[in-house]
Design a protein around this ligand. Structure first.
Ligand code: GLN
Length: 452
């Protein structure tokens, strides 16, 4: 903990931590020390973590990297952080992210972007988003692991961009209680770690049934670390042809081929599969996620939550809402709220929102079919490219294309993991993604383990 706190002080330029909590960290580390000396040390005991700013942490600023939540200090602790602390983990501080987890480059944060510790010459690169601060902090050794959240790829894409491991669990495996909601039917929290074993240990402490989240699953939780045998003989790994995109960089193609060979050499059976509705996933996601966001973000109205804008004499309640939300939300969040409100509006609901929901069902059925045919896990690239430069001023659609390999997993509610598997020709990290059967994170982690 001491070493991490010192490292954080010297790493301002990375912009990974947005709020440091050295006093909490020291107290938690001392308590962990006492537990360790008493022989009562769970696996996370004394492990210094960074916590994404999307998690409500009691008495500690939790702003979801948004101006509208400036000064918000929750009265309560999220289930995930509370379980981690019960398991002895230490909180070093809160981590940067895209505002309300909307973005793929960490550039929509009110704090300014986090930076990738990997560079291209002098060029500063994005750590990815939205969990960019988490990825940057883990990759730069400012903490041993971090929490992330993933609505459309926000754990897996930043993990791939920074050469770390990131797991999005099955929807319902981890409680969403106390995590600022973006798109409630897609959001899941998960571990961002240095390797697969750490991901298994941290997931164990984060997950489980929680009566406070009605979508959290009341299912037994296996011992994830014990599942890491490295034995994948007889497992069937599917390679989906729809993920072979036109114009895919040769580095990514090679990575995918090398990963396939590694799994084959480890005894897995490789099969070609088809997930025919893949091409509709990105448009469906960018209808469903904004729709849910527009509803979730209605609470930031300057009354129940959020800062109230300064008003002029004569302003009424409408002006209060308008000014508060215009000043408090950044441009990407406003775009999502407008798109979401539009697709949910009476005249367009069927044409957009309902159609997107039907597409979502078809995407889920694609996966159900290949799993029923005996596929145990699916191997794909995690991202269509390596980390890109900061400040490139991409248009929104170009930015959304970053999520092309990850959003299907959220739409279908499946577990997915990004594992660092190589470097591109410029020396930047690349990751592969493994997608597993629902609730079979143990199996998925074990397959990922043999890719390391
Ligand atoms: N990049 C995606 C988006 O902007 C995913 C975000 C996420 O997973 N939180 O919606």
């Amino acid at each position: 903990t001491k070493a991490c706190l010192t490292a954080i002080e010297g790493a301002d330029a990375l912009g990974a931590f947005v709020h440091n909590t050295p006093q909490i960290a020291t107290a938690q580390a001392e308590a962990a020390d006492t537990r360790i000396k008493a022989g009562d040390a769970p696996a996370m005991c004394g492990i210094p973590l960074g916590i994404k700013d999307l998690f409500c942490t009691k008495g500690v600023p939790s702003q979801a990297a948004s101006g509208i939540l400036e000064g918000f200090k929750p009265e309560y602790e999220s289930t995930v952080t509370s379980q981690l602390f019960d398991a002895g983990a230490v909180m070093l501080g809160k981590l940067n992210m895209d505002e309300f987890a909307m973005g793929s480059s960490n550039e929509t944060s009110v704090y300014g972007n986090a930076v990738n510790p990997w560079k291209l010459g002098d060029k500063a690169l994005t750590p990815g988003g939205s969990s960019g601060g988490s990825a940057s902090a883990v990759a730069a050794d400012l903490c041993l692991a971090a929490t992330g959240t993933d609505t459309g790829g926000s754990i897996r894409q930043p993990a791939a961009f920074t050469g770390i491991t990131g797991l999005k669990p099955t929807y319902g495996r981890v409680s969403r209680w106390g995590i600022v909601a973006f798109a409630s039917s897609l959001d899941q929290a998960g571990p961002m770690t240095k390797d697969v074993r750490d991901a298994a240990i941290m997931l164990q402490a984060m997950c489980g049934h929680d009566a406070k989240d009605s979508t959290s699953a009341d299912l037994p939780v296996p011992d994830f670390e014990a599942a890491l045998t490295g034995d994948i003989k007889g497992k069937t790994i599917g390679i989906p042809k729809e993920y072979r995109m036109d114009g895919m960089p040769s580095d990514i193609e090679k990575l995918w081929a090398d990963g396939t060979t590694m799994l084959k050499d480890a005894g897995a059976k490789i099969v070609d599969i088809s997930l025919p509705h893949t091409k509709y996933a990105l448009p469906a996601y960018y209808v469903i996620a904004p729709a849910e966001a527009s509803s979730n973000l209605a609470r930031y109205d300057g009354v129940r939550f959020g800062n109230r804008a300064k008003l002029d004499a004569g302003d009424g309640i409408t002006e209060m809402y308008e000014k508060t939300r215009a000043q408090g939300f950044g441009p990407e969040v406003q775009r999502r709220v407008m798109v979401g409100t539009y697709v949910l509006s009476a005249g367009f609901y069927d044409a957009y929102y309902n159609r997107a929901r039907r597409v979502r069902t078809l995407i889920k059925q694609d996966f159900d079919t290949v799993f029923a045919d005996g596929v145990d896990a699916i191997l794909t690239p995690a991202t269509p490219s390596a980390a890109f430069g900061l400040g490139e001023d991409m248009d929104p659609i170009e930015m959304y294309l970053n999520d092309v390999f990850t959003v299907t997993v959220n739409l279908a509610g499946l577990p997915g993991i990004a594992v660092p598997t190589g470097l591109d020709q410029q020396g930047l990290p690349l990751g592969l993604q493994l997608i597993g059967r629902p609730w079979e994170e143990a199996d998925l982690l074990n397959v990922a383990y043999s890719l390391e």
